[in-house]
Design a protein around this ligand. Sequence first.
Ligand code: TXE
Length: 496
Amino acid sequence: MQHHPSVRPEGRTHRTDEETSMSESATLADYSDLLSRVAAPEGAGREIPDAATGEIIGRAPVHTVADLDAAIDRARAAQPAWEARGHDARSALLLKAADAIDAHAEELAHLLSREQGKPLNGPNARFELGACAVWLRTAASTALDPEVLVDDDSGHAELVYKAIGVVGAIGPWNWPLMIGIWQIAPSLRMGNTVVVKPSEYTPLSVLALIEVMNEVLPPDVLIGISGDREVGARLASHPDIDKVMFTGSTATGRKIIESSAGNLARLTLELGGNDAGIVLPGTDPQAIAENLFWGAFINTGQTCAALKRLYVHDSIYEEVVAALADLAGKVSMGNGLDEQNVLGPLQNSKQFDIVSRLVEDAKAHGGRIVTGGSPATELGANFYPVTIVADVTDGVALVDEEQFGPALPVIRYTDVEDAIASANGLDAGLGASVWGSDRAEARAVAARLQSGTVWINSHGGLHPLVPFGGVKGSGYGLEFGVEGLKAVSVPQVISG
Ligand code: TXE
């Protein structure tokens, strides 16, 4: 994976022998030195629990609004020199930062696994670290060249892209490192400096990632500030912030839009979604089952562009439901440090409560639990098993609200027009997928879906050169590739 930019989240249910021996020899990685470089000392800061066991793994610094203001001042002061280095020098440093991430990947993956809950193995913590290096290298090697707009007798005009200034990066807890890199890498590449505010649920692993990158970056171009929501609000509204990159909830996204009225910060908002998948008649359930499963359950369902409601044609409905339930019985959930596990806990009790509530509500509205359906308390406090809920309809909360967890509603349809209307019927539009054996037919349905990306016969695969972003309640702005570089730049026309 690290040799190729494409990172697809479809996991595999089984590991190869080579992977097994590689990962088992690596479980000794000791992150204590790295953690001690970023954590608050004993007696200070805020305790951060292991998401699977509740054991305290470290103390996060509690930075204040005054700390944030000072950090923004430092980032502002460092920005002109960082921009003046030029693209080649910045790219070279970012490539070195990617090497530093690789060198610390096992330590970071272990810390991430404990703090976030995702297993080391499968499409999880190690996968996330690999993706960080791939996205960083790709941003470092992608060019945003000036565009010649007019060059004839009427004159000459070019569009060039310059740094914006200081970028505020506000991140979530589900893929905290990878999404952090999505925000940091293009911003630094284009000559901006960056102040990062990780989620209060996963600060330690993000601070550790920044620490590792700062082994090679000059001072103050990348600063991590570990604070609460108040600090996040200040970062978004600070008069000296020129751009906000945000991934999180729609409610917080709206607040950031409001605060941008004050500082005119440009925004990229990735606000999650409620991705629909449509399985067309004539599709072989066995052929799509594994991609469907991981499209929904990657990171135990805590993924912005995961499959969150599945519409299946009546003719193959029971077969698809059975194939998904069969896979659910083969994957192993538990403590992330255990190499056999590929699914972990919900990251926090708030999210656990949301998933539990939505499943109970679906049961009360006639939903048929095919597998799962009640907490896996034997594994730990925040564990919820893979849950397939059949015989639900639009209007049930598990379908209409984002569950952000391992509970997939499967809805039966007979007329594809109804499935398209349902898919488009919510105020969300990050991703969607169409599943079918006839590619042209699937593409025709895809074209009618209101979402930033539509996958065919897979769900959630991302590529660092392919733009990614939402429509409707899923936000606006594109990340990745050349479009992602434009989003952290200001265009300037040079005419004459
Ligand atoms: O997100 P929040 P939370 C969804 C998921 C989940 C829900 C809430 O459904 O149940 O969001 O998760 C910072 N100005 N997603 O509470 O509150 C905050 O400190 C600026 C989908 O984690 O949006 C944190 O760093 N920043 C999502 C970040 O915003 C503010 C991933 C996200 O917090 C702020 C995670 C403010 N006023 C959850 N208030 C996805 N798109 O993948 C808070 N923050």
